[in-house]
Write a protein that binds this ligand. Structure first.
Ligand SMILES: *Cc1c(COP(=O)(O)O)cnc(C)c1O
Length: 414
């Protein structure tokens, strides 16, 4: 290629999975054997060894005093949550349903926190009775928690979710800064903290979550530093010393052509500086980061079988038994503005050099049901297995499985 020719952006290499006998290996098994073991396609498979490796990699880089939490909305599969409970320091839940899964999985309630706007009174009651930390997101929740605490004879443990006065730059989804349904505005914090003191709730600290899916380590470091400094300022108005400071997460993974993996080292250095400062500025506080997709996203694949191969006006369509109803994000309909392809391969022909341009579609009667739009893929036939990488987060549980009445997918932890 000449130097003047512009190179098209490509997907980051999906080299977390190896290839054996021409097939992708997931959880130590060749894909066709794994499919036989699962007994059906489509399915999601989450690789235990990759989940373990990701946590180990983070532990290497993060200062020992930073606690690592798993935000289980990224993937609430009970077996996977069970594994994560054994690997991380705490679990963040966003509903009473998730709370049940976390407690069933053996999570220590002292290390579970519950965030989300619109927590119903019944959910707050379950959370107080469980003894988990509740991230308060409104004045109404304080009133409700005071009543529930006296009814149950248990003081609700609370942290305050702060809607800061800054945003997380370069984030795929912004969840803090400006007007937001999440948390309580920093301007209203003195009044809220006074209410918590009057209500006699057990105040433990602050929660800040600026946004999601960020691949720019400088932005993440900046948000963590600003969050930390804001918490130090707010601590002056707090009814009790700060014991818990959740600095959020937002660590992204590469989904689309041109995206690269996050530079963890600079984030680790930044957190080490904050831990150092906290020793004098917030001496009783544990610093926490909460990660969802970064922990589980790269360890998962979605696998569907080709049921038809069609050519329409020269374009190849591989029609599979899976699609948008199982994997809304890969179809581009879960928060994407412009549709882009996830990394996809033909897992049963993973190292084939015989390639063509093809589109992978699902069985739904809608043009939205598109898993790969004109990608260069190994030539594939009916019976071959299509693999969508980066599918361990926001997959099965974030998809409209009832849409069009096709069979639901299975999930396996391998
Ligand atoms: C969704 C969410 C997370 C997880 O976000 P990821 O992008 O999956 O890491 C963490 N914390 C809160 C409060 C969330 O709402």
């Amino acid at each position: 290629m000449s130097v003047t020719e512009r190179q098209l952006p490509v997907h980051a290499p999906m080299n977390q999975f190896s290839v054996s006998d021409g097939e992708l290996v997931v959880g130590g098994e060749r894909l066709s054997l794994l499919a036989a073991r699962v007994g059906q396609t489509p399915f999601y498979a989450y690789d235990r060894s990759l989940l373990r490796a990701r946590v180990a990699e983070l532990r290497q880089v993060l200062p020992a005093r930073v606690k690592l939490h798993y935000a289980m909305k990224a993937n609430p599969m009970p077996a996977l949550v069970g594994l994560m409970v054994s690997l991380v320091d705490g679990i963040d839940v966003a509903s009473a349903g998730e709370l049940k899964v976390a407690l069933d999985a053996g999570a220590n309630p002292l290390e579970v926190s519950f965030a989300g706007p619109g927590k119903r009174d019944a959910e707050l009651r379950q959370a107080v009775a469980s003894g988990v930390l509740i991230n308060v997101e409104s004045f109404r929740e304080v009133v409700a928690l005071e009543a529930i605490s006296s009814e149950l004879g248990l003081r609700a443990r609370v942290a305050v979710r702060v809607n800061p006065d800054f945003e997380l730059k370069g984030s795929g989804m912004k969840m803090g800064g400006g007007p937001k349904q999440f948390g309580v505005d920093v301007e209203q914090m003195p009044a809220l903290l006074a209410d918590i003191g009057r209500a006699g709730l057990a105040f433990e600290g602050f929660h800040l979550f600026a946004g999601s899916q960020n691949l720019r380590s400088e932005s993440i470091c900046e948000a963590q530093q600003k969050s930390y400094e804001l918490a130090v300022r707010l601590a002056q108005d707090a009814p009790m010393p700060v014991r818990f400071l959740n600095l959020g997460g937002g660590f992204g993974i590469p989904y689309f052509p041109g995206e690269q993996r996050l530079d963890l080292a600079s984030i680790g250095d930044n957190l080490a500086r904050l831990v150092q400062r906290a020793q004098t500025e917030l001496p009783e506080a544990s610093l926490v980061i909460e990660l969802g997709r970064y922990l589980v996203g790269e360890a998962g694949v979605y696998v569907a079988r080709i049921v038809d191969r069609k050519i329409s006006r020269g374009q190849v369509y591989l029609v599979t038994d899976g699609g948008l109803h199982h994997h809304l994000s890969a179809s581009g309909n879960f928060g994407q503005v412009v549709r882009k392809n996830y990394p996809v391969t033909i897992g049963s022909q993973a190292d084939s050099l015989d390639k063509e341009t093809s589109s992978v579609v699902g069985p739904l009667c809608t043009p939205l049901d598109l898993l790969a739009d004109r990608m260069t893929l190994p030539v594939a036939q009916v019976g071959d297995l299509v693999v969508v990488f980066q599918s361990g987060a926001y997959g099965a549980s974030a998809s409209p499985q009832g849409f069009l009445g096709h069979p639901v997918c299975l999930e396996v932890l391998v």
